[in-house]
Design a protein around this ligand. Sequence first.
Ligand code: SAM
Length: 246
Amino acid sequence: AGVLYLCPTPIGNLEDITLRVLRVLREVDLIAAEDTRRTRKLLSHYDIHTSLTSYHEHSRRSKGDYLLDRLCRGQSVALVSDAGTPGISDPGEELVSAALDRGVPVVSLPGPSALLTALTVSGLPLARFAFEGFLPVKSKERRQRLAALAGETRTMILYESPHRLCKTLDELAGALGGNRLACAARELTKLHEEVRRGTLDELREHFSNRPPQGEFVLVVEGGAKTGPDSLQVEQTHLSPEEHVRL
Ligand code: SAM
């Protein structure tokens, strides 16, 4: 069988593409792209002339079968999304599992994603984190997810569209408390990149005075660990005088 390559593409700055991704895009038999027009621009910038076909949310069933058929016949396929890493809040997951089911080798190439770019610049703890992608839009599911996040102790990463950013900041402040530290990373790697850090209340205030524009990632500090263990640790670190003062 051929190989299915997962190829990350820039999230805003055309320079953010690896030499290996460029070589693979040049050498494969076919590139499956979420939006062929957008990918064609990228390819023409790098003078790459490989055949392109579309693979997006609505064509993933029928197109998936077509791509698997070509892979099983020994052709290699590169999967790209509009920006960043395929499969991360973008199509790809189904194709990867279907390819693996049929014994097609899958190779993932490292590269840009808004997720790690925002997380690493946030200034929040990096040791453990939880990627949430987009919050559900339907209100019941949204409430349930927000309630679940209230118990999350790891740093959380959320994707958000500009027109829903203020609503999401309001709801996060309601669920986690307005004093929770957070970071809104906007237009990463682009001309108007902006990274704003503060409490959820401060971010709410900032963006309610100035309509958000562009693409956003929200990074939110995890909640304090509660329970008998953490209480015990805190107490053993306090001297008797400190106990009294508290
Ligand atoms: N596959 C992509 C990745 O690996 O990051 C994510 C695709 S998802 C459909 C698009 C969302 O990613 C946007 O709504 C935004 O939350 C985030 N995003 C993508 N590019 C960004 C950028 N340059 N700056 C900030 N956020 C970005």
